[in-house]
Design a binder for this molecule. Structure first.
Ligand SMILES: NC(=O)c1ccc[n+]([C@@H]2O[C@H](COP(=O)([O-])OP(=O)(O)OC[C@H]3O[C@@H](n4cnc5c(N)ncnc54)[C@H](OP(=O)(O)O)[C@@H]3O)[C@@H](O)[C@H]2O)c1
Length: 295
């Protein structure tokens, strides 16, 4: 019999890829986004998860507006922390497995090596605190939970969400004809959503639990990432390097938040490809989406 899986936040960048990946692997996968199951509504979450008799629940829903969260920390906490408690309790009731996603922003960025799962956390703002609290809630109520931290996610789902992603932001700015300034002193692990979905389902299929980092390719600055995007896109806007002193944001972000995939690789998962290859994959998916060809 096909394993029964639920994806919450199924219209987001990661959610769409998880549903696609699970169905490709013959899971009976049901995806719900906010208008069908709002994860802040505990009764809705319990009814949906129990009603579908889910064996595995993937929580890809999140409040991801890092800067806006400084103005409305409660809204971020509702979705990223308290709602994870709702999901964990619903999973516990029917003994379903929870797979939850978190962020490189749980770290303060003072390290100079890609962060490992056992490095100490020190979130720097409301979004980051809410995501770390979500991890703690998941671990508090469940003996066996899989938590995957990722970084700078980009996937074709971002073509339809209001929030989009960094690649689309760069392309939009290039279209404006104005110079584009991107920080070169912040380094992360931009991650292609279909690869994250595939590695996560690999982990689930192997019975993996605990905390795992899955980031894309090698550590790269946002400036270099932007340059790679424009190289792959074949466009030449005026791209200028800036830094956090010049480019201020409401939320403080870790300067260095690259993630180490060593643990993931130790358990036998395939390494993540170089960022450039992932960006090429993104553009291939983007063209398919625009031409209406199903992936
Ligand atoms: N994006 C990144 O750069 C990044 C970096 C590190 C970690 N992560 C983590 O990776 C995971 C996936 O992120 P993503 O980029 O795929 O996010 P995304 O594209 O912003 O998608 C999140 C989805 O969750 C939905 N959602 C929000 N509130 C909800 C609620 N109360 N009930 C149900 N659904 C709700 C959103 O719907 P609406 O559109 O209606 O809000 C959206 O469809 C998240 O845990 C995120 O924190 C992301």
């Amino acid at each position: 019999m096909n394993r029964r899986a639920v994806v919450l936040g199924s219209a987001g960048q990661l959610g769409v890829e998880l549903v696609r990946e699970l169905r490709a692997r013959d899971y009976a996968a049901m995806g719900w986004d906010r208008d069908e199951v709002d994860i802040t509504d505990i009764a809705a979450v319990e009814n949906a998860i129990a009603g579908f008799d889910a064996e595995v629940v993937f929580n890809a829903a999140a409040y991801n507006q890092v800067d806006v969260a400084e103005e409305e920390p409660r809204a971020a906490f509702e979705v990223n922390a308290l709602a994870v408690r709702n999901i964990a309790l619903a999973c516990r009731q029917i003994d379903a497995r929870l797979v939850h996603f978190s962020t490189d922003y749980v770290f303060d960025g003072l390290a100079r090596h890609p962060y490992a799962e056992d490095d100490p956390t020190h979130p720097l703002g409301a979004y980051a605190v809410s995501k770390l609290a979500g991890e703690l809630y998941a671990q508090a109520y469940l003996d066996r939970v899989l938590i995957v931290r990722t970084s700078g996610l980009f996937g074709a789902g971002g073509l339809t969400t209001a929030r989009g992603n960094f690649v689309e932001l760069m392309l939009r700015l290039a279209g404006s004809g104005q110079p584009i300034r991107v920080v070169e002193d912040h380094v992360a692990s931009p991650t292609f959503a279909p690869l994250l979905a595939a590695r996560t389902v690999d982990l689930v299929d192997r019975g993996g639990s605990g905390l795992f980092h899955i980031g894309g390719g090698a550590p790269i600055s946002w400036f270099q990432f932007a340059r790679t995007i424009f190289e792959v896109a074949g466009s030449k806007p005026m791209l200028l390097a800036t830094n956090e002193r010049e480019y201020r944001t409401r939320a403080k972000r870790p300067k260095y938040s690259a993630l180490s995939n060593a643990k993931m690789e130790r358990v036998g998962l395939a390494p993540m490809p170089p960022v450039r290859e992932a960006v090429e994959g993104y553009f291939a998916e983007r063209s398919r989406a625009f031409s209406g060809i199903p992936a």
